[in-house]
Design a binder for this molecule. Structure first.
Ligand SMILES: NC(=O)c1ccc[n+]([C@@H]2O[C@H](COP(=O)([O-])OP(=O)(O)OC[C@H]3O[C@@H](n4cnc5c(N)ncnc54)[C@H](O)[C@@H]3O)[C@@H](O)[C@H]2O)c1
Ligand SMILES: O=P(O)(O)OC[C@@H](O)[C@@H](O)[C@H](O)[C@H](O)CO
Length: 426
């Protein structure tokens, strides 16, 4: 019988990465999504194309052998498919895991196959599969919990491939970078071993892989996005062509490199090479990756285990340097009321309604006695003070040099951008 994988989230990484590699590994892929447009397109086509773009040119693969189900309207079908599949993956965003858990729990509960289902969440988050597992347990009857490992095994993953938002007329086709890395824990599969998916690098200990990825690729990416946004840049590549932003990204990645080298068995030379590869990857101008996509969901990105506070907190605990990371935190806090980004509106509201310390707790989840906490409160205070000044700004303008060497008139987004441009030119 043909191998079957169920993939939640037919978006960019779902179609351009996970489904591509499941397809190559010989799986029929059943996409599950809630967006009618994506489901309709997947149901009415027999193939789509994944095109890798790089300096070496373009290379296209055709993905076939898939079906699609809308879980909003056909939950029973999804349960039935999960009950007879080998693998369940997802790439829906870390905040959506709680919504897909109930249907996965029902599908797992309905299984009779002696081989447990392999569940792998492919999100940019530390322990995303553990988080999903927790929600699945919450949706499983108490008397079925002890035997759940006979029906499903849960493995965390680190997934790396840049898939920007696609052109409006692209349909299902996806343009992506050539580079990819997919590391998944092997331990949860025990003696039976993991499923055979060649693109996956199975590892005993995922922590070095996920921390190195999140605290280099995503920390650098988000830093370029937030500084780039303030400077009026459209894409990450454009932001990184600006020497001052490129320098800031390098400074931030020096700090996270110190943590990674100190904590994991990764040499300084190896990490430096990795940093250079990442800067080259995120500078790829063929991808046209917008600063808004990479900066999306700032509340999530400012949270405790995420790309800025995660490494800065660990560096503070170890007596390391973290001021460049604080600069990225400041720029993330300034990513407010961005069109189409609900979290950027929520961020503005949180900053408006809370004291600096309360806002810092709410956004970062840091304990008040953590060594990083007073530094974050100071940054929050600065951003809030600027917002208050802006409200009074009709009386006149205040021009200041930010700690990161950027001239700005706080609150005057567009003028900040011109001043940054001007300060970079002089
Ligand atoms: N794009 C990248 O470069 C990249 C790379 C590595 C990891 N990731 C991670 O992959 C995840 C998805 O990112 P993306 O860029 O593909 O986002 P995306 O917005 O393109 O795709 C998300 C998809 O999930 C679907 N979805 C939302 N709620 C759902 C639900 N309840 N059930 C089923 N589907 C649902 C959406 O309709 C959408 O199709 C994120 O965690 C992201 O951090 C992205
Ligand atoms: O997906 P996010 O919002 O966590 O982060 C945005 C980008 O940094 C991210 O999608 C990268 O493109 C990806 O992590 C590269 O592997």
């Amino acid at each position: 019988m043909e191998k079957k994988a169920i993939h939640f989230g037919g978006g960019n990484i779902g179609r351009g990465f996970v489904a591509e590699f499941l397809h190559t590994a010989g799986y029929e892929v059943v996409f599950v999504d809630v967006m009618d447009k994506i489901i309709d397109a997947l149901q009415s086509t027999k193939s789509y194309q994944v095109t890798e773009v790089s300096d070496e040119g373009e290379s296209t693969k055709t993905i076939t052998n898939y079906r699609a189900i809308n879980s909003k309207t056909h939950e029973a079908d999804v349960i039935q498919e999960i009950s007879t599949a080998e693998v369940v993956t997802c790439a829906v965003g870390p905040n959506i895991l709680k919504f897909i858990a109930p249907v996965i729990a029902k599908g797992i509960d309905a299984r009779t196959d002696p081989t447990p289902l392999a569940v792998i969440a492919c999100e940019n988050a530390i322990g995303a599969t553990d988080t999903l597992h927790g929600f699945i347990k919450d949706n499983t009857a108490a008397d079925r919990l002890n035997s759940m490992s006979e029906r499903a095994r849960f493995a965390n993953s680190a997934i790396d491939r840049i898939v920007p938002a696609q052109a409006a007329d692209a349909g299902l086709n996806v343009r992506i970078e050539k580079f990819y890395e997919w590391a998944v824990e092997s331990g949860p599969f025990g003696e039976r071993g993991p499923p055979k998916i060649d693109a996956i690098h199975w590892v005993g200990n995922l922590e070095p892989y996920i921390e190195r990825k999140l605290f280099t690729v995503n920390t650098g990416h988000a830093t370029a996005a937030y500084y780039g946004y303030q400077a009026g840049k459209k894409t990450i590549a454009e932001a990184l062509r600006d020497e001052s932003i490129r320098g800031i990204v390098r400074d931030v990645l020096q700090e996270t490199a110190a943590l990674i080298v100190d904590k994991h068995e990764i040499s300084a030379t190896e990490q430096q090479e990795y940093v250079e590869t990442i800067i080259a990857r995120i500078s790829n101008h063929y991808l046209e990756d917008s600063v808004e996509r990479v900066g999306r969901a700032p509340v999530r990105k400012l949270s405790r285990k995420e790309r800025f506070i995660g490494p800065a907190a660990q560096l503070a605990e170890r007596g390391g340097k973290f001021d460049s990371l604080l600069g990225s935190v400041e720029m993330a806090l300034r990513f407010q009321n961005v069109e189409g980004d609900d979290e950027s509106v929520e961020l503005a509201q949180i900053l408006k309604e809370n004291s600096p310390a309360d806002a810092a707790v709410r956004l970062t989840g840091l304990d008040r006695d953590h060594p990083l906490f007073p530094h974050v409160v100071k940054v929050v205070d600065g951003v809030q003070s600027d917002a208050k000044q802006d409200n009074r700004a009709s009386d006149g303008y205040r021009i200041e040099l930010s700690p990161h060497g950027i001239w700005r008139i706080p609150g005057y987004g567009a003028m900040e951008k011109w001043l940054l441009f001007f300060s970079c030119m002089t």
